[in-house]
Design a protein around this ligand. Structure first.
Ligand code: GDP
Length: 618
């Protein structure tokens, strides 16, 4: 956009945009000058406007001499489906077959970074050469949790999906989930019926099941391609590549290469020797060595750039997986990454984003705080919809996994109880994680990471629970148990059930206002008809069966024969003075209400995790 256009979009005068640019030390020559994505973000920050820079994928742009600026780019493919249906094996096969192909053709260049990355990590994506010269980029992290985490952030990288379903197992819960994610994303996809070499394989039954699920397979008159494969024998693998390539071609994917790179982080982690190691994919533009980049809330200068095949490269373009070092911090999977012109811009964009996130986090935390006392039904209902019951910290080995764990945890919740993830981090559990967990009164949910003895001791001292598991379903199980046993678990934000301890009828009202100071002081002379009254509990005033007052009241005092008492039993006459409440009449009923921490009911679910069963508050 030009400065004039941006001013119109941000509803401000062009002069203000100019001022921001001057502050950046880059005064514009005219209002018709175009500004880049990072400048748009900076202007928005200055003006207090929230913007999201989305891709302009219109392929019509041409350069001055009429040649198109949009050039074809590879499709990015994600593999999704039920656990154990062969996603990883399929990806391994695609990757290694490709390496073998390359070698057979006399080309010794490694096609996948998985085995050759100098940091001994996979790149989050790899390139496969299909028959006929076409190429596809496969995302190396199977699973729909990561897919939807990225999509939710508006940073979908997937162009075509593979929905995997095992021939010997058929449609399973996560097959449905994956299909739902794909359909919701309106993403092109191909069905791969895997493990067709197995004895119990029955592809036609699987097809019927998929059809019954609402997937319009070609074999059933629809337009979704379905391929039978075996990652073990290699059967059907070329057909799968071909089917994917056809879908990709129909999308006619293009991207500009003549601009600064904009893309998505696939994975990020902290490496002892190299600092933040980040893998990603660009949607458009290029990234090169020595350039300044912003990724999420972090920035830095590209020190080293590794491209597909694990080789050092000078630059990377759209749909070309890359790994960079040089960032000052570890961003999150799904964060956007963009190349910016100067370090100053990079710093300002990153800081502005971090500030915005911190503000949102504090706002979310204060919602949690309000829950300490849920005084009436309206409050309780409002608070429950916030779904902030068990505040937790998530730590995992890599960002992609951390996001997946977080998503699965969020899936555990219902409208009345659930998990609220306050912080997601990568790497070993540290003492500062323990401090944060102690501050929020929640556990640390760790997946496949180290917990040192020092940290364990710190957690013990601080009363912080650390749950560390190597299998995600085991972690979910443990969290289910935590939710179930919340009675014993000290979370400040857990919702309470109310229990009526006792009920008294008001016989007479005495106005003692002004006797002690000038405060209103109406004393209700009552008889406890049932249960008992305790001065430390909360009270509710009912008239004709309806609450007189929104919320619950404290008792200023309970007296018996002028003596202040803490409890009175059934059949006893007493004087109750309700704090800050003067409107009490003979015939009213006072209830003494006790809060009980609500226990979650947890049940196992077919996918192997646990789920909290919805229960109405009492
Ligand atoms: P994921 O959980 O979906 O990634 O599943 P995996 O790729 O880990 O596969 C689960 C199991 O199925 C492993 O023991 C694989 O060896 C096996 N498997 C995967 N694909 C095939 C196949 O095509 N044929 C046979 N016979 N076994 C397979």
């Amino acid at each position: 956009v030009t400065i004039a256009e941006l001013a119109r979009l941000l509803k401000c005068s062009p002069r203000r945009i100019e001022t921001v640019l001057i502050d950046l030390g880059e005064p514009p020559a005219s209002l018709e000058e175009t500004v880049s994505a990072d400048v748009i973000e900076l202007c928005a920050v200055e003006l207090g406007v929230d913007v999201e820079v989305v891709d302009d994928e219109s392929p019509s742009a041409t350069s001055a001499d009429g040649t198109p600026l949009e050039l074809p780019r590879r499709a990015v493919v994600a593999v999704m489906g039920h656990v154990d249906h062969g996603k990883t094996t399929l990806l391994d096969r695609l990757r290694s077959a490709n390496v073998a192909d390359g070698e057979a053709g006399g080309i010794t260049q490694a096609r996948s970074i998985s085995y050759w990355s100098p940091y001994d990590r996979h790149l989050g994506a790899f390139v496969v050469k299909c028959g006929g010269g076409g190429e596809l980029t496969f995302l190396d992290t199977p699973g729909h949790a990561a897919f939807s985490a990225m999509r939710r952030r508006g940073a979908s990288v997937t162009d075509v999906a593979v929905l995997v379903c095992a021939a010997d197992d058929g449609v399973m819960p996560q097959t449905r989930e994956a299909a739902a994610h794909i359909l919701a994303a309106n993403c092109k996809f191909v069905v791969a019926i895997t493990k067709c070499d197995r004895d119990g394989a029955d592809p036609s039954r699987v097809r019927d099941e998929l059809h019954a699920m609402g997937i319009a397979l070609e074999s059933h008159g629809g337009d979704v391609q379905c391929v039978e494969v075996s990652a073990m024998t290699g059967q059907g693998m070329e057909d799968l590549e071909m089917a994917l390539f056809l879908e990709a071609e129909s999308l006619n994917l293009t991207a500009r290469r003549d601009c600064e790179g904009v893309g998505v982080i696939l994975e990020a982690r902290l490496d002892k020797g190299h600092g933040a190691v980040v893998t990603g994919l660009l949607r458009r533009g290029v990234v090169g060595i020595g350039e300044h980049v912003v990724a999420g809330t972090h920035y830095g200068r590209v020190r080293r750039l590794i491209g597909d095949g694990g080789v050092d490269v000078e630059s990377c373009g759209p749909s070309e997986p890359f790994e960079i070092t040089g960032l000052r911090g570890v961003p999150s999977a799904g964060d956007s990454v963009m190349v910016v012109a100067t370090e100053e811009r990079a710093r300002r964009v990153a800081t502005a984003r971090a500030d915005r996130i911190e503000t949102a986090r504090l706002a979310a935390l204060s919602v949690g705080d309000d829950r300490q006392f849920i005084d009436d039904d309206a409050d309780a209902r409002a608070a429950e919809s916030v779904n902030s019951d068990l505040c937790a910290i998530v730590k995992a080995d890599v960002q992609g996994t951390a996001e997946a764990v977080r998503d699965s945890l969020l899936g555990l919740g219902t409208s009345s109880v659930g998990v609220k993830v306050v912080y997601v981090g990568v790497g070993a559990v540290s003492e500062s994680d323990v401090a944060l967990a102690a501050a929020i009164g929640g556990p640390i949910l760790a997946f496949n990471v180290q917990v040192s003895n020092v940290v364990e001791k710190a957690a013990k001292d601080a009363g912080v629970v650390i749950v560390n598991r190597k299998v995600i379903y085991h972690l979910l199980d443990a969290v289910g148990e935590l939710l179930g046993g919340l009675g014993a678990f000290s979370s400040r934000w857990f919702p309470y059930d109310r229990e009526v301890l006792g009920e008294a009828e008001v016989r007479q009202v005495f106005d003692l206002s002004g006797r002690r100071g000038n405060k209103a002081n109406m004393v209700a002379g009552c008889v406890v008809n049932s249960g008992s009254f305790s001065a430390v509990e909360k009270f509710r005033l009912l008239r004709d069966g309806e609450p007189v007052h929104e919320g619950l009241l404290d008792a200023q005092s309970i007296r018996r024969h002028r003596l202040e008492v803490t409890t009175v039993g059934k059949g006893t006459e007493c004087g109750v003075s309700l704090a800050d409440h003067a409107d009490v009449k003979p015939g009213d009923v006072i209830q003494c209400v006790h809060f009980v921490k609500r226990k979650a009911v947890v049940e196992k679910v077919a996918t192997g995790g646990a789920r909290v069963v919805e229960r109405q508050p009492r």
